[in-house]
Design a protein around this ligand. Structure first.
Ligand code: GLN
Length: 549
């Protein structure tokens, strides 16, 4: 029987509700519980797949190929038993889409379809599906209490509290407790108002998590408890941490997991947080530092690459390396040249869509290849590596992906529909196939070539990784590229290129899939560990392993 913890937010957005939820999941899991995690998003888009990374940050892809909110990435990174999927992220749009489909089918038998009960029932059913058979399901409600859009979701979770009872449902409310420097005062009023708002719709929080710059003094804690009808010990202080991975311990030390498990009547062993302690310890005591350039498109918005940034850091944790990431707009490389890349110990070209800065990315690959700088290409980063090799190693002038140039003389990357009807003469490619490709999404099997850098990094030849792309390496060019030295070291079951590498280079490896979606801080990820190790070797001037082979 699954119990539920609902997490709402108040006062302002961007308080780190996703991280807080994930950390709560982590400390509950550390007591031996299985956890599932759900995000309810009040916006009307059916899923975040079509939303601009500028607005919404990264689209996180789950194993089953669902395009979800980036908070699901936090959940999977912090909680091992939380496996996100189709039922782990619901938006208003998706709920309405399904209710309207049912109405059209006549499922409601002529009833007037309304927010209560039809929309709220749909939400509750969705939550129950997402909960699966976990001991505890954590449900984070996006947005801020008081928003018009979130009302049906709040109503649904209120109803669940009544239906399941106080020993099966816990309400956690996250608020901001600001510090006003001019009067040197901590202000609890916004929290009081936010809880008042929540209570006015029938939800009395059991726990408050108060975000503040510094730990909350006990006077303020007492005051908040008094005004919000929450027990004093259940007013948890979440101050700004210099390291994300300190948050599970910060919450555990204030007894947060105990408050939840006691309310749910669970008698459990103490939390085992040694893995989190080890991460913090490793981060604080690096034995080397590397500079890694990320050359991409949304560089002033780090959230667009949050899983990748995290995965690089995980690589650092597991090799005791401080990873300094330098975010570089590929357009800047076009305008100002590759100078900025000179001091780098490693270069990453991440995934991306659209042609802005594409030549800068190709130049970046060339620089990494010619100067022996460790290169890791991801998705688009693999496609530009193939284009670069085609142009400069295989002599295929003007090689390009048809995503950026429909008329290219050498479509070395193209939609499958484009290159499968290709007869060798590029002019015969059909024009209509333009938007014909559908996205390849989710976890798929990849076979790695024995002895390749890819296989050595993974320590395996059969792996599974997640995908999110449309364009593929054109198999009609594989022979010519291979003759020029490019090794196709990873292939899909249906013979599509999944990984490429360049033997003789200290570390030149790129993947069509997104390894960053399966990296987590406790285990790290084989590709990122070996990339950061190569960057370390570059930095310390050691003879790279790959060059010896
Ligand atoms: N735009 C490329 C494609 O669709 C790469 C996608 C990506 O990097 N995620 O194939």
């Amino acid at each position: 029987m699954t119990s539920y913890v609902f997490i709402t937010g108040g006062v302002v957005s961007s308080l780190g509700k996703g991280i807080t939820s994930a950390c709560l999941g982590a400390i509950l899991e550390a007591r031996g519980l299985t956890i599932s995690m759900i995000k309810l998003d009040p916006y009307i888009n059916v899923d975040p797949g079509t939303m601009s990374p500028f607005q919404h940050g990264e689209v996180f892809v789950t194993a089953d190929g669902t395009e979800t909110d980036l908070d699901l990435g936090h959940y999977e990174r912090f909680v091992r038993t939380a496996k996100g999927g189709r039922h782990s992220n619901y938006t208003t749009g998706r709920i309405y889409e399904s209710v309207i489909a049912k109405e059209r089918r006549g499922d409601y038998l002529g009833a007037t379809v309304q927010v209560i009960p039809h929309i709220t029932d749909e939400i509750k059913q969705g939550v129950k599906k997402g909960a699966g058979d976990a001991d505890i399901c954590l449900v984070e409600i996006g947005g801020t209490v008081g928003d018009i859009e979130s009302l049906p979701f709040l109503e649904a979770i209120r109803q669940m509290g009544v239906e399941l009872g106080h020993d099966r449902v816990v309400y956690v409310h996250l608020t901001l407790v600001p510090y006003i420097p001019t009067s040197s005062e901590i202000k609890t009023k916004p929290t009081q108002h936010s809880v008042k708002e929540l209570r006015s719709i029938g939800i009395q929080p059991d726990i408050l998590v108060c975000r503040s710059e510094k730990p909350l003094p006990s006077d303020e804690r007492r005051k908040i408890a008094l005004f919000t009808n929450v027990q004093e010990k259940a007013v948890i202080s979440a101050w700004d941490a210099d390291d994300l991975y300190k948050i599970p311990a910060m919450m555990h030390e204030q007894g947060l997991d105990g408050i939840v498990t006691r309310q749910l009547g669970l008698d459990l062993p103490k939390a085992d947080l040694h893995e989190w302690d080890a991460i913090v310890e490793a981060k604080q005591n690096p034995s080397a530092e590397v500079n890694v350039a990320m050359v991409g498109k949304y560089m002033d918005l780090k959230d667009s690459y949050i899983s990748l940034v995290e995965a690089l850091q995980h690589g650092g944790i597991h090799t005791r390396t401080r990873v300094r990431i330098h975010y570089i707009e590929s357009k800047d490389i076009e305008d100002h040249g590759i100078e900025r890349l000179r001091d780098m110990d490693g270069i990453v070209v991440p995934g991306g869509f659209g042609d802005r800065g594409i030549e800068g990315k190709i130049e970046t690959v060339r620089f990494a290849r010619e100067n022996g700088i460790p290169y890791l290409g991801i998705c688009l980063g693999m496609q530009v590596a193939v284009i670069e090799a085609a142009r400069h190693l295989a002599g295929l002038d003007g090689a390009m992906s048809t995503e950026f140039d429909k008329e290219t003389a050498h479509p070395v990357v193209a939609l499958i529909t484009e290159w499968q009807d290709q007869t060798g003469d590029t002019e015969e490619r059909s024009e209509e196939s333009d938007m014909g490709g559908t996205m390849r999404l989710g976890a798929q099997a990849v076979s790695l070539q024995d002895g390749s850098l890819a296989a050595r990094s993974y320590g395996a030849t059969e792996i599974e990784e997640r995908h999110r792309h449309r364009y593929e390496v054109n198999n009609n060019y594989r022979d010519r590229l291979a003759a020029a030295g490019l090794v196709f070291s990873g292939l899909s079951v249906d013979d599509l290129v999944e990984m490429v590498e360049l033997p003789g280079h200290p570390f030149f490896l790129a993947s069509q899939f997104h390894p960053e979606f399966t990296s987590n801080p406790r285990d790290g990820h084989p590709l990122f560990k070996s990339f950061i190790s190569a960057a370390r070797e570059h930095r310390l001037g050691e003879l790279p392993e790959a060059a010896e082979a």
